[in-house]
Ligand binder design. Structure first.
Ligand code: CAP
Ligand code: MG
Length: 424
């Protein structure tokens, strides 16, 4: 059917429907309603012209444009569940985040939020661990997890990579992760890195008496990714990392549905290509909901302007709520969402951080998050171990409700970090 007849602003979406909230800018001379009709049609059953074959096959499948707010340039579309294969995230995205972004009928289009109905939640595992499960697994009762990313991003031979990880763990990091673009390069092949780093993780656990996590990056072609994940598990890995955007929705589902029993860390490299332009693409909030649905355990969500990446406090807070809370109330540009039995994801703050940012981060995130620093640990004037200690001291200071300045008087690594990056 052509792109007409979907507007029904008296329509109340059924609980079983998928509801999408869009922001759109129409071509000159066209109305938001006209654009919304094109979006609703092209994302479901329609095309640019009537087709004779439509007559007897789409009854009841047509979506309803149930809200249009011309002032905000926003409209909502309620899609009957029969339009989708709920187990198939790539398929769902091909409808609600597919052709519509390339149509001439939109100057700009942004998918603000997707409301998942109960049956869609039931079709997916969600996180295996959740926040309580991660805290139990790593013996960290209340405070934030402290993590680092091995730097330089690329270039370290695997033996050095392992040694830098050891120094970070012994210095006080709970978590050490590969960088997003470290996979299995000639200087740092996956299996050798896994063996060497896991051996030193065990050594660091013995030395510190603390459980440690190594987030090894398994990002690769899906079959190879699963092979690496299984190999890592065999070698004693206790956490896996995947670059969720570059690997793709299907790969994230494959890794989760491999049920390896290991927590999954979602790095969001490439998200900026889709989320950054406030007038086009898709919000990080909507993306984050998809990864919680599929079932990652930790996910980068931004730092609320503390670090080097874009994403203000209000946006970061909204994403934190969306991945952590059981129920999210309707917001200015997002829909209400009940998460049923889907466990929470632990949000990750990362990007341009050093110990001085910890108080602001803990104000925004509370305690249930991972604070992660690469340069802010390995750039410490006294090296990685001191850098990790300084980060941990900053968290301890906040837990003890002391200012970093006063705490640093009796904690030299923190004092050195604060002095070194002052006014950075
Ligand atoms: C941080 C990081 C992370 C970014 C990702 C980097 O290193 O390893 O990939 O945090 O950004 O490569 O930049 P630094 P986001 O601590 O040295 O900045 O968390 O926003 O996805
Ligand atoms: Mg990185």
């Amino acid at each position: 059917m052509a792109y007409v007849g979907f507007v029904n602003t008296d329509y109340t979406p059924k609980r079983k429907e998928v509801v999408c909230l869009f922001y759109a800018e129409s071509p000159r001379g066209k109305t938001l309603e006209w654009t919304a009709e094109h979006v609703a049609g092209e994302s479901s059953v329609g095309t640019w012209t009537d087709v004779v074959t439509s007559k007897d096959s789409i009854g009841g499948l047509a979506p309803h444009i149930c809200k249009i707010d011309k002032k905000k340039g926003v409209f909502a579309v309620a899609y009957p569940p029969e339009l989708f294969e709920f187990e198939n995230v790539p398929g769902i995205m091909s409808s609600i985040a597919g052709n519509i972004f390339g149509m001439k009928a939109v100057e700009n289009l942004r998918l603000l939020d997707i409301q998942f109905p109960p049956a869609l939640l039931k079709a997916h595992r969600g996180p295996e661990y959740g926040i309580d499960g991660l805290r139990k697994r790593f013996g960290i009762e209340k405070r934030p997890f402290v993590g680092t990313i091995i730097k330089p991003k690329l270039g370290l031979p695997y033996q050095k990579h392992a040694k830098v990880a050891y120094d970070a763990w012994v210095g006080g990091c709970d978590v050490v992760k590969d960088d997003e673009n470290l996979t299995s390069q000639s200087f740092n092949p996956f299996e050798k890195r896994a063996k060497a780093t896991l051996a030193l993780m065990k050594k660091a656990e013995k030395k510190t008496g603390e459980k440690k996590a190594y987030l090894i990056n398994v990002t690769a072609e899906t079959g190879e990714m699963i092979r690496r994940a299984k190999l890592a598990k065999k070698l004693g890995a206790n956490y896996l990392m995947i670059d969720v955007l570059t690997a793709g929705f299907a790969a994230v589902q494959s890794l989760r549905e491999a049920d390896l029993g290991l927590p999954l860390h979602a790095h969001r490299a490439m998200h900026g290509m889709i989320t950054r332009n406030p007038r086009h693409g898709m919000t990080m909030l909507a993306l984050a909901k998809i990864y919680r649905l599929i079932g990652v355990d930790t996910l980068h969500v931004g730092t609320g302007e503390v670090g080097k990446m874009e994403g203000g406090p209000a946006e970061t807070k909204a994403i934190i709520n969306e991945v952590r809370e059981k129920e999210v109330k309707k917001g200015p540009v997002f829909l209400p969402q009940e998460w049923g039995s889907i466990k929470p994801v632990m949000p990750v703050a990362s990007g341009g951080l050093d110990p001085s940012g910890v108080p602001q981060l803990m104000k925004l995130f509370g305690n249930d998050f991972v604070v992660q620093a690469g340069g802010g640990i390995h750039g410490h004037p006294k090296g990685t171990k001191a850098g990790a200690t300084a980060m941990r001291q900053a968290v301890d200071a906040c837990i003890k409700r002391q200012s970093l300045e006063s705490y640093s008087k009796s904690h030299k690594e923190l004092a050195q970090a604060l002095a070194y990056w002052k006014g950075k």
